[in-house]
Write a protein of this length. Structure first.
Length: 118
């Protein structure tokens, strides 16, 4: 079965950088677009970033554009989210997902908590 396992979250200070990783298994990773979503406390889950199967097409939410970068290593079945100049508003549980259809997905990871202190 498809499994997505996120890692890299934690407690960081505003202005710093963090890289999240998502290790995929149970699928032909290089055939799938991938995305990151996040859910802040008391809010709905929202889209953060998208990358197509080959990595040459990406898209970002306006709130993270210019600060976050999504990338992938197909040989390692891994997608990354490099997050720079973090803000307290970036505090959320971050999920990777695949099998995408609009803002929904067939497969989700368990999420990794990122807390940004001011």
């Amino acid at each position: 079965q498809v499994q997505l396992v996120e890692s890299g979250g934690g407690l960081v200070q505003a202005g710093t950088s963090v890289r999240l990783s998502c290790q995929a298994s149970g699928l032909t990773f290089s055939s799938y677009a991938m995305a990151w979503f996040r859910q802040a406390p008391g809010k709905d889950r929202t889209f953060v970033a998208f990358i197509n199967w080959s990595g040459d097409n990406t898209n970002y939410a306006d709130s993270v554009k210019g600060r976050f970068t999504i990338s992938r290593k197909n040989a390692e079945n891994t997608v990354y989210l490099q997050m720079n100049r973090l803000k307290p508003d970036d505090t959320a549980v971050y999920y990777c997902a695949t099998g995408l259809s609009g803002t929904s997905a067939d497969y989700w990871g368990q999420g990794t908590q990122l807390t940004v202190s001011s």
